[in-house]
Design a protein around this ligand. Sequence first.
Ligand SMILES: C[S@@+](CC[C@H](N)C(=O)[O-])C[C@H]1O[C@@H](n2cnc3c(N)ncnc32)[C@H](O)[C@@H]1O
Length: 248
Amino acid sequence: MVSSYDEIAEWYDNWVGTYSMSDDPYFRAIEALIGDVAGQRICDLACGQGRVARHLAAQGASVVGVDLSAKLLEIARRHEANEPLGIEYIHADVQQLDDATFGPFDGVVSSMALMDIPDLADTVRGVAHLLRPEGWFAFSILHPCFHTSQSGEIETPTGAACTISRYFAEGYWRSDTRTGPPGKVGAYHRTLSTYVNALSDAGLQLVRLSEPGVANDIPQSPGLSQSGRPVWEEVPAILVAFCRKRAL
Ligand SMILES: C[S@@+](CC[C@H](N)C(=O)[O-])C[C@H]1O[C@@H](n2cnc3c(N)ncnc32)[C@H](O)[C@@H]1O
């Protein structure tokens, strides 16, 4: 199993930095929806180098991290060896979790990863398979309404404005200008309705959304503030969703 993130694993680890997840306003938006995690069994889906897994485990959750990138998992396991938190890391493609036996979980969290995964429907079906009945799924993604393959800026008589086009063009795109993952490994764009309908088809009921704006108070702002210009503060940067698995 090969992941495009293997080639940029060291870069990604440096890029996300070493600051605490409590200082990351994008993750705070997820935390505001999931609440206290102590005592819960949680899967960190597409966990990367494990920054979210470590944060949740430090708060008393029992965490399993799953990712396709062997290199990022190597970094995650290095952290675990240096400072054991009881996190288990599994090398797997999250598009193929239908028969996974490492569930059930009280919750599945996925930070800034679903837009990196080609098959959304298979992935969220796997999430539902991993969850206990009424378990929760919380995720953050690049906001699909404002981060398309062709979003940019124009000058207008009243100042700069964001331009968004190719919203309906779902599929893989790669940016020539972004400094974050969309410029390094690309991403998969989908409309908002594709996300909501995939969740519903998988038996995951959408409970709450939040739409944080660009956070300029963290060292990196995951490639979200496309040019670092204030115009991008006027639209949401990411979309955060909280869902519950429908009881059978
Ligand atoms: C932007 S990173 C986010 C990592 C981590 N959640 C974080 O917040 O730092 C996206 C992650 O998705 C993972 N990924 C992409 N496709 C995947 C797949 N099919 N199965 C599992 N992980 C995948 C990548 O390896 C990478 O770790």
